[in-house]
Design a protein around this ligand. Structure first.
Ligand code: RTP
Ligand code: MG
Length: 137
């Protein structure tokens, strides 16, 4: 089942020089294709749309501050079961609980600064692709 997903390499990944490392892991998966890619600094409006489900939670304000603290790399990745697949490459939200071999498990320690976002369902992917790549979605 071919799908599309929205991936963000968060500001910590860009600052730490991990763009190539993380994109390389995605690129090496068989039959997945990167169909859009852009370095950009996110404003409050985009972040409010993207992380609206978390508004009101204690981690929301620091999350938005972190996500706007430097550029992110936004990508559209297409391919077989790519939504579930990129989430599996990323590992669980908390990097300390993430297994070595996963992106968060290999490179992360702080929950907020967990390197990568990937859409968590087909519905989220549709919604998020429209926010980040409106002409593409
Ligand atoms: P994402 O949306 O970024 O792909 O991550 P996720 O699905 O694994 O995690 P989610 O629950 O949607 O949380 C969104 C992002 O908020 C930060 N966070 N901080 N307790 C905390 O301090 C906390 N909990 C979540 C993380 O950056 C998480 O990825
Ligand atoms: Mg999420």
């Amino acid at each position: 089942m071919s799908q599309r997903t929205l991936v963000l390499l968060k500001p910590d990944a860009v600052r730490r020089g991990l763009i190539g490392e993380i994109i390389g892991r995605i690129e090496r998966k068989a039959d997945w294709t990167i169909s859009a890619l852009e370095l950009r600094t996110l404003d409050q409006d985009v972040l409010e749309q993207h992380y609206g489900e978390h508004k009101g939670k204690p981690f929301y304000e620091p999350l938005v501050a972190f996500m706007s603290s430097g550029p992110v790399v936004a990508l559209v990745v297409e391919g077989e079961r790519v939504i579930e697949g990129v989430r599996a490459l990323a590992g669980p939200t908390d990097p300390i609980a993430a297994a070595p071999g996963s992106i968060r498990g290999d490179f992360g320690t702080i929950v907020r600064e967990n390197l990568i976002h990937a859409s968590d369902s087909e519905e989220s992917a549709e919604r998020e692709l429209k926010i980040f790549f409106p002409s593409f979605a």
